[in-house]
Design a binder for this molecule. Structure first.
Ligand SMILES: Cc1ncc(COP(=O)(O)O)c(C=O)c1O
Length: 361
């Protein structure tokens, strides 16, 4: 028998479908923070037209993909390494971090940071993302010249955006600054706080970008890391030579040129995020935190895991409880921003729960 255990990440539809008693595709998934407008047609067309390449190994230097992404992100190709999602690349970044005295992480944090650091025996130092003055807290870290700082901007699961000008100060102090910008694409260029343009100036800066969330391709897997060329070369010799498959390469080249999809996503996000946030906050027992990303962290008086079970069993809706973030526990849930019609279904379901005193019994 295959064991389906309680998930550490969002989007675990097999586990959820078993509880809801439906097929995974029949769930309404608010748990994984994936763009509901995708995947873009450009990605599907590229995959379709490259199927014949399945009988060949991908180019291990990923020259064409590297050039396309380097031009999109504004860095030179020797500073970029494509990977099988950010999660794969985090592993190699963590190998460098583990050589330092410790790595400062803002909690709650994406679970893979711990997984990757633990793989190489790296030490951790925890700070709270909820600190009133985050810059002062980070400024008080002792011996930063021997330590790493691992930031996630915008931050999962709070949606908080850290200002680039604050990060500049950290770059001058820490031995290594790693910024996971997995959700940065969701901010239009005039609002983003990306540090990509600092890559050429700071050899101690590493930036990770995921293409699975914005382009709605988590099943295909696509991400990249940008850093000093010496690090890129080293990681390339350590890792599996073909970790990005040929269909992902084809899709990866097509999507960064898909301006129409990018514009449409920016136009969708702001009004839909504010729709979900306002309507949830109007309900008794729920408070949403301000978010710059495509998800909302919501404080709830009903235990998050109970709410998750209720919505799954009664309404086939999957939300993210926050039990895998020990700092949040039962008091929070995380919701992806989807479409207004998805929001209507979720809000109706939540209202039927809050109106019914017996619903959780
Ligand atoms: C903050 C953060 N970084 C990275 C990832 C992993 O992204 P990828 O699908 O590119 O491996 C996730 C996935 O949930 C995430 O939340």
């Amino acid at each position: 028998m295959v064991l389906v255990s309680s998930p550490r990440h969002g989007g675990n539809r097999q586990w959820a479908a078993a509880i809801a008693g439906v097929k995974p595709q029949d769930l309404r998934d608010f748990s994984a923070s994936i763009n509901p407008l995708g995947p873009p047609r450009s990605a599907l067309a590229a995959i379709q037209s490259h199927l014949a390449e399945l009988r060949h190994y991908p180019d291990p230097s990923y020259g064409e993909l590297r050039r396309a992404w380097a031009s999109f992100y504004g860095v030179s190709p020797d500073r970029l390494l494509p990977g099988n999602g950010v999660s794969e690349l985090l592993t190699w970044v963590a190998r460098d971090l583990a050589n330092l005295d410790s790595t400062v992480i803002l909690r709650p944090a994406f679970a893979d940071y711990d997984r990757a650091l633990a793989a190489f025996g790296g030490h951790r130092e925890n700070l709270s993302i909820f600190a009133e003055d985050l810059s002062t807290e980070i400024g008080q870290v002792t011996n930063p010249q021997n330590k790493g700082l691992l930031l996630n901007n915008p931050h999962n699961p709070t949606g908080k955006l850290i200002r680039k000008e604050d990060i500049l100060d950290y770059l001058d102090r820490f031995n290594l600054v790693v910024i996971d910008e997995a959700f940065m694409d969701f901010l239009p260029p005039d609002q983003d706080q990306s540090c990509l343009d600092l890559i050429e100036t700071y050899p101690n800066l590493i930036v990770l970008r995921s293409l699975t969330k914005f382009y709605s391709l988590p099943g295909l897997r696509l991400g990249c890391v940008m850093a000093h060329p010496d690090r890129i070369q080293k990681w390339q010799t350590w890792r599996d030579p073909w970790s990005v498959n040929c269909l992902a390469v084809a899709a990866g080249i097509a999507i960064v040129q898909d301006r129409e999809f990018q514009q449409r996503t920016w136009a969708w996000l702001e009004p839909n995020r504010s729709d979900l946030s306002t309507r949830i906050s109007h309900m008794t027992g729920f408070v949403t935190l301000p978010s710059s990303a495509n998800f909302l962290l919501v404080k709830t008086v009903i235990a998050g895991s109970q709410l998750q079970q209720y919505l799954l069993k009664k309404h086939k809706i999957l939300i993210r409880d926050c039990l895998s973030f020990p700092e949040l526990g039962e008091q929070y849930i995380r919701l992806a921003v989807l479409t207004k019609s998805d929001h209507n279904v979720l809000l109706d379901s939540l209202e039927s729960l809050t109106n019914s005193t017996n619903a959780l019994l």
